[in-house]
Ligand binder design. Structure first.
Ligand code: NAP
Length: 485
């Protein structure tokens, strides 16, 4: 694969500072979604091997949590430097196993590295407080302490950033971690583990395990020594993990599915809205939890917006992520292609119109044509479900009330976007939208410094920002008698 440093491509798991295979000898293949070719094989660990990783994290915890915040920050800074020094190789691995265009993969490395840098800084700011006491002879103090061993289960769509966003926060707080990446994209996670090792992060502080999701997931969600589980993925699996984690009452962060509305009001700067729409929809080929899923456009500008959006969509270059100028890579697998095909067919049968695209791409395999459907009704399945592909759908609205009602007519509540030049409307609509993140006149909101997360069936918990650290900290209250009562 032409890596500058081929030793970044690890095909064993990282447990307690050792690179291990499955005792059973079982493995599973990692496949390039652009070609269908096998890239590597990684271990299919069993339940007892997941438990060994949890034990390794538990053994490393006492020493790691006693390190000073400054020492932990220093380890994170070294990890950050390692990631940046190997930026191109990491991006190559991301493109190879995920399929996204190489330029986007580079962007993901920078974004993902940003979390490590950010939490190196936040490690120093896990402040407690003093609270005015109601008793003269007592003082009230709070401390922040690490939650303990944390599990991180991550998806394939941002294989690098989803892992650093969790693990860097955990490590900064003084927790140790066991990460299970998605089966489609384990190589990025293993490369990150290799770089953590090179950064000198002590054995057992970060562990990466691969294998059957149900088996490993059950261990991570039920093991009593795991005190916190952070999951990014589908709402279906999030619910399952929450139920599994209930008997041991784990702390949970659930970053689940989305169905972001993208509203265009008649007073919007249409050019800016079109650029924002392309960014919000087609990054990672639409396979993003914050991807614009439903374009709601005020009827006065509906036809103009549809025509211009169609032109931009039709001009997108589709192809393998390493090809120069490619803007949309393949979908992750054949199942995703079939799902999108079915959603479009059903919508068209119910009256939606294909403006551009509409089906599989001539390149075959997992490639799909960037598509625009208009006249989509809120009753259609494509309106209600997360599309997770390069398909934009348009629905017209008449006034603010209808726009807000349509936008909120979803069980999800992750991100929302809207374009308007009216400040009063901007505030009113932003406050009325049922979601965790709102982009006003912007098509992209993610950054390590801001709180990322959702409400409703998009889950709970926040990642990044100062709140991202809190997810890995407990508050301990100390009532200190000072003998003057
Ligand atoms: P998924 O099926 O839920 O998979 C996500 C992770 O969960 C993978 O590591 C997967 O492992 C694992 N998993 C699957 N079944 C499991 C089980 N029974 N027990 C424990 N772990 C299990 O999600 P996906 O469809 O691949 O990913 C896309 C979804 O993630 C979308 O809904 C998207 O919106 C969401 N997402 C949300 C955010 C956010 O921040 N809110 C960010 C990115 C993505 P295997 O791969 O080995 O099956």
């Amino acid at each position: 694969m032409n890596l500058n440093d081929p030793s970044l491509l690890r095909s064993r798991c990282y447990v307690g500072g050792h690179w291990v295979s499955a005792a059973s000898g079982k493995f599973f293949p990692v496949v390039n979604p652009a070609s269908g070719e096998e890239i590597a094989r990684v271990p299919a660990l069993a339940a007892d091997e997941a438990r060994q990783a949890i034990e390794a994290a538990a053994s490393a915890l006492p020493v790691w949590q006693k390190r000073t915040a400054e020492e932990r920050a220093e380890f994170l800074k070294r990890w950050h430097r390692q990631i940046l020094e190997n930026r191109e190789d990491l991006a190559r691995i991301v493109t190879l196993e995920n399929g996204k265009p190489f330029a986007e993969a580079l962007g993901e490395v920078d974004y993902g590295a940003g979390f490590v840098d950010w939490f190196a800084g936040e490690a120093l700011r896990a402040y407690g407080e003093t609270i005015p006491s109601p008793w003269p002879g007592r003082r009230i103090l709070t401390f922040k302490q690490p939650v303990g061993v944390c599990a991180a289960i991550t998806p394939w769509n941002f294989p690098l950033a989803m892992l650093t966003r969790k693990c860097a926060a955990a490590l900064a707080a003084g927790c140790t971690a066991v990460a299970k990446p998605a089966a489609e994209t384990p190589l990025t996670a293993l490369a990150l583990a290799e770089l953590a090792e090179r950064a000198g992060i002590p054995a057992g502080v970060v562990n990466v395990i691969t294998g059957p999701a149900e088996v490993l997931g059950t261990e991570l969600a039920t093991h009593p020594k795991v005190r916190k589980l952070s999951f990014t993925g589908s709402t279906r699996v999030g619910r399952l993990l929450m139920a599994q984690a209930a008997p041991t009452l784990k702390r949970l962060s659930l970053e689940l599915g989305g169905n972001a509305p993208f509203l265009v009001f008649a007073d919007a700067d249409l050019k800016a809205a079109l650029s924002g729409a392309m960014l919000a929809k087609f990054r990672n080929g639409g396979q993003s939890c914050v991807a614009a899923n439903r374009f709601l456009v005020q009827k006065e500008v509906y036809e103009e917006f549809a025509a211009e959006l169609a032109q931009r969509i039709a001009a997108l270059k589709v192809g393998p992520g390493f090809e120069a100028g490619v803007q949309v890579g393949p979908l992750i697998h054949a199942k995703a292609v079939a799902k999108i095909e079915a959603l479009i067919a059903e919508a068209v049968a119910q009256g939606a119109q294909v403006v551009t695209g509409g089906g599989r791409h001539l390149l075959g395999g997992n490639f799909f044509q960037p598509t625009l459907l208009k006249d989509v009704s809120p009753r259609m399945r494509i309106f209600a479900e997360e599309i997770f592909g390069p398909v934009a759908i348009l629905t017209a609205f008449t006034d603010d009330e209808e726009a807000i009602a349509l936008a909120n007519a979803s069980e999800y509540g992750l991100a929302a976007y809207f374009y308007t030049q009216d400040l009063k409307r901007a505030l009113r609509v932003a406050e009325a939208l049922e979601c965790g993140m709102v982009g006003v006149n912007v098509g992209r909101v993610s950054t390590p410094v801001a709180p990322f997360g959702g409400i409703k069936q998009s889950g709970f918990g926040r990642e990044g920002s100062k709140y991202g650290l809190e997810e890995y900290l407990e508050i301990k209250y100390l009532c200190l008698g000072v003998g003057e009562e």
